[in-house]
Design a protein around this ligand. Structure first.
Ligand SMILES: [Zn+2]
Length: 367
């Protein structure tokens, strides 16, 4: 009797429970589905829940996943009005990311610029950019070989062309010759030694060998690769009835020093500034530079060999190192006779692009 009564009392209660249960399922279906969809769209669960709560589900779900939005959503400083901007900015795991992109946006930097700033500069440089608006930073950042550490020098040197400014300053042209040069201590076929890049007194290139005696009147050394290529080039020229020999190759520091002092006494400093470098700054110390002479003409510049070698040397890995058109960059007055071994691939590019080696090096090798 009692049990029956209990059942009767319990029945409506049970219906209520089922009804409430159905209600909960129905009302939570939409949020759970939305959060699930956001999460499935790659957003973290926390961000997905917050986005749903904030009512931006439908705004976000149709757009591409944004790692930036995912990472900064709801953080201190997050500005809902900037959601589109945030979504267009690529995420970088960097100090004060949200704060700094807010500052950059406040200052008026464009989205593309901000993306470029993060892709190409360090936090230290970003600090500079967040403290004041630099209207032309985009122009600098568009140049592949832009170096943030040289930025102040670019401003100081600026010559009307962003590309040339960056290139020239990277080469060192804003500084006086021999003034705080970079130290070069590793031998490589593509190494750069000039008035801004210095070798130690005791630097000796790899694999020095004597040049074949048929192609030099005295004992002249070059790096083996360069010597082999020089021989190959001379033999090829001979097939066309042209005769070349090496006039100078590897010179050690002390020899260059003697040479410098000899010419200093003879012709004075302004002559040396144009033609003779201080010891440590001469390409001859790399064992990759060779002075060529013609056996037919005393003045190499007037010889058929000179014309031939200008056109063909790149095929053997040599570049004409100090052409007249590049004096303002090389800092060495036209030396028709001085060729530099850099390997066939590099020589071909330098030749085809009509660059000095300084320009080529700054644009492609100086990373
Ligand atoms: Zn030379």
């Amino acid at each position: 009797m009692n049990k029956k009564k209990e059942l009767r009392l319990r029945l409506p209660f049970r219906i209520l429970i089922v009804f409430l249960g159905v209600l909960v399922v129905v009302t939570s279906y939409y949020p759970i589905r939305s959060i699930y969809k956001l999460h499935n769209h790659k957003y973290s669960l926390d961000t997905s829940i917050d986005m749903y709560k904030d009512g931006i589900y439908s705004y976000v779900i149709d757009k591409e996943y944004s790692e930036t939005l995912d990472k900064i959503y709801g953080e201190e400083g997050y500005n809902p009005d900037r959601i589109d901007d945030y979504m267009s900015i690529k995420y970088y795991d960097r100090d004060n990311f949200l704060n700094n992109i807010n500052k950059l946006l406040d200052l008026g930097y464009k989205i593309d610029e901000i993306n470029n700033i993060y892709a190409k500069t360090s936090d230290k440089f970003i600090e500079k950019l967040t403290s004041k608006y630099i209207y032309d930073i985009g122009k600098y950042l568009a140049i592949d070989y832009f170096k943030e550490e040289n930025y102040d020098r670019y401003i100081e040197y600026f010559n009307g062309s962003y590309q040339k400014t960056v290139l020239h300053v990277n080469i060192g042209l804003d500084k006086d010759y021999y003034q705080d040069p970079n130290n070069v201590d590793k031998f490589s076929i593509t190494m750069l030694v000039n008035k801004y890049n210095k070798l130690d007194k005791d630097f000796v290139p790899d694999d020095l060998v004597l040049i074949d005696s048929n192609y030099s009147d005295e004992e002249i050394y070059l790096n083996k690769q360069a010597a082999d290529a020089f021989l190959e080039m001379c033999v090829a020229a001979e097939k066309e009835g042209l005769h070349m020999k090496a006039n100078s190759g590897y010179r050690d520091y002390d020899t260059q020093e003697k040479l410098y002092n000899y010419y200093l006494k003879l012709y004075g400093k302004s002559y040396n500034d144009k033609f003779v470098t201080l010891p440590g700054f001469s390409e001859h110390q790399t064992g990759l530079g060779v002075d060529i002479k013609s056996t037919s003409s005393k003045v190499f510049k007037n010889s058929k060999e000179y014309k031939w070698v200008l056109k063909n040397s790149y095929k053997y890995g040599f570049i004409h190192r100090f052409p007249e058109s590049k004096v303002n960059i090389t800092g060495i007055h036209s030396e028709s006779w001085h060729f530099r071994y850099v390997g066939v691939e590099t020589a071909t590019k330098v030749y085809q692009q009509g660059l000095s080696y300084e320009e080529y090096y700054a644009m492609y090798l100086d990373k």
